[in-house]
Design a binder for this molecule. Structure first.
Ligand SMILES: [Fe+2]
Length: 299
């Protein structure tokens, strides 16, 4: 019987257990192979990289976690670092950088799309171990992967899938304008701090359109992904289908990945818990049809 993969809190108890995923460095070189015994030195390595959870091999039945983790996958493991370079160039406000970055973003989205289509035949339950400092980029790639999988389920044609993938990669670009101290705060945000976080939608959108010359539907999700189906979201309290379809998809994939990730202010939640939340909030936060499709795909 194939061994299952479980996710556990990273503490001394994992020493002597076996790693449940391959681990690559930002340039795609294999650092640690799946199945290797976690020595005290490896444990320190994980702690030093800022991980709070770890994938382990286990005798328990697999719950879908073994299918893929993007750190286990060379192309997807390098994608966040390519995206980081793109985001930095886009933020610089120099037209030459923006033009270059748009090209790099397009080829990154294309390679993720081709990769997802060719390798992820069964939708995996992708949970990823994220490092706090690279969370934004790892999260954005994961949101793109999940969004492509949903788009495929909805029979989107290639061009639409590509636009959706780029929108997903850019959805949280505006977080580049939020103070690190707020992003990394481990306690509850003050109201003024939360207001600053909310501005990532409008700031990101404005910057992408005015300074980076993105057009069309590519930027729509950056401003709309925190709108809610019932009209209680932000920044514009849009309702129902006046929120673009890409934004309604990304609202789901964004929630799912964030909820199943370790964050400075809370530990990760299980896939099951995320699905329960989506079911409980379909038609309030989420589009009911898309939420049902999401649960059917990943639940
Ligand atoms: Fe966001």
């Amino acid at each position: 019987m194939a061994l299952g993969v479980i996710i556990e809190e990273l503490n001394q108890n994992v020493i002597g257990k076996r790693l449940g995923q391959n681990l690559y460095n930002p340039t795609g070189n294999l650092l640690l192979r799946k199945g290797v015994e976690i020595s005290p030195r490896y444990f320190e390595f994980f702690v030093g990289r800022g991980y709070r959870s770890i994938f382990l091999l286990s005798n328990e039945p697999d719950r879908g976690l073994s299918s893929v983790h993007y750190n286990s996958d060379k192309l997807l493991a390098t994608a966040p670092y390519l995206l980081k370079r793109v985001f930095r160039k886009l933020k610089l406000e120099e037209s030459v950088n923006a033009a270059q970055a748009r090209g790099e973003l397009l080829s990154l989205a294309e390679s993720i799309l081709v990769h997802v289509r060719n390798t992820l035949r069964v939708p995996p339950k992708i949970m990823e171990l994220k490092r706090a400092e690279d969370y934004l980029y790892q999260h954005s790639v994961n949101v793109a992967v999940h969004s492509i999988l949903i788009g495929q389920k909805l029979d989107f044609h290639d061009k639409k899938l590509l636009t959706l993938a780029i929108s997903a990669l850019l959805h949280d670009f505006g977080m580049m304008f939020v103070d690190d101290a707020i992003v990394n705060k481990t306690t509850r945000l003050e109201e003024a701090e939360f207001e600053q976080v909310k501005e990532h939608t409008t700031k990101g959108f404005t910057h992408l359109v005015r300074n980076c010359f993105f057009d069309g539907m590519i930027t729509i999700a950056s401003v709309q992904h925190h709108e809610r189906y019932d009209g209680h979201g932000y920044p514009k309290s849009l309702e129902g289908e006046s929120i673009h379809e890409y934004s309604r998809i990304i609202a789901l994939t964004d929630f799912f990945d964030a909820w199943t990730s370790d964050r400075p202010h809370r530990r990760l939640n299980s896939v099951e818990h995320a699905m329960e939340f989506i079911r409980a909030n379909q038609s309030t936060i989420f589009d009911p049809t898309l939420a049902a499709r999401f649960v059917e795909t990943f639940g």
